[in-house]
Design a protein around this ligand. Structure first.
Ligand code: ZZB
Length: 277
């Protein structure tokens, strides 16, 4: 599986100004301290989100992390660090994406999902200057990088998760007024023959998805959108507006890679490395 790895950069200046709290602790305290005076000093720090839908990046409204995953922060060159799952870091090292030479992994520190929730980030191509890291329950540790960028207009999982967070902010430990609601409702990005201009919203209604816990209904909704999206979708936003998704996809991907905002990340086919640590 060949993913596009999207660089979601942490906005440390904005983070330093905020006094937001998650679970009684200051948002992003661990990562901020490491950046101000510790092991991350002088480095640009990004989460890498794995996606098969680079053409939807104009519609990003946030990025999801899992409260259950302990991520690693890995050295990349002399001036960067990437936050991904430990399994993804091993794959990346063998693709020579981390510290050279091939195979070398230098983990700077660990961060839990909750250490990241509420942190402001810059998502490339998104129409917002800053979006936020939010918790999602269903993220699989054994897939992609364990970081999932969110496009609620075209991903039913993303849309319903944001609805959950907006409805039950205390339960999910989020500041919905600041981190969720200003980015909604999702704006049209891709036109589909059956599902219209904001496909995920219509599919969530049609398949009666009530929350992110409705796995079966979500899988049906995602399947329906994937099928139409690739072969019949037409871009209705951005520089490739009017082009079929199939044509726009490689163009947007190349734009992001050339701008230094994305990488190519491959996952060994059919074999999931479950060993962790
Ligand atoms: C942006 C996006 C926009 C996505 C969209 C989908 C859609 P697949 O086909 O099952 O491999 N994803 C990536 N990593 C994980 C993970 N660890 N756990 C859970 N979900 C993950 O799915 C690949 C997609 O699943 C990726 O593409 C990512 O979300 C998510 F409009 O990124 B996508 C109809 C789907 N639309």
């Amino acid at each position: 599986q060949e993913y596009t790895g999207i660089k979601i950069r942490i906005l440390f200046d904005k983070l330093a100004e905020s006094d937001d709290q998650v679970k009684g602790a200051r948002v992003g305290a661990k990562i901020l301290e490491a950046h101000q005076s510790g092991a991350l000093k002088g480095r640009e720090v990004s989460l890498i989100a794995a996606t098969l839908r680079p053409e939807t990046m104009y519609g990003q409204t946030n990025c999801f992390v899992s409260p259950e995953i302990t991520y690693g922060v890995y050295e990349v060159g002399d001036n960067e660090a990437w936050i991904v799952s430990k399994r993804a870091a091993r794959n990346m090292a063998f693709q020579a994406l981390l510290k050279k030479p091939r195979g070398v992994i230098n983990k700077i520190m660990d961060v839990g999902g909750w250490d990241l929730v509420g942190v402001p980030v810059k998502a490339p191509l998104a129409r917002f200057d800053a979006v936020y890291l939010l918790p999602m329950e269903g993220i699989l540790e054994a897939k992609g990088t364990g970081v999932v960028t969110s496009v609620p207009s075209d991903s039913p999982d993303d849309y319903i998760t944001l609805m959950d967070l907006a409805k039950k902010p205390a339960f999910y430990h989020v500041d919905a007024e600041k981190w969720v609601k200003p980015f909604l409702p999702p704006l049209p990005l891709i036109r589909l023959p059956t599902w219209g201009d904001v496909g995920a919203v219509k599919a969530v209604e049609h398949f009666k998805v009530k929350s992110q816990k409705d796995k079966k209904e979500l899988a049906e909704a995602k399947d329906a959108l994937y099928k139409e999206g690739f072969y019949q979708g037409v871009m209705i936003y951005g520089p490739y507006s009017g082009k079929p998704v199939q044509e726009a996809k490689p163009l947007v991907r190349a734009d992001m890679i050339n701008a230094g905002d994305a990488i190519v990340y491959c996952e060994p086919e059919g074999r999931v490395v479950s060993r962790s640590g």
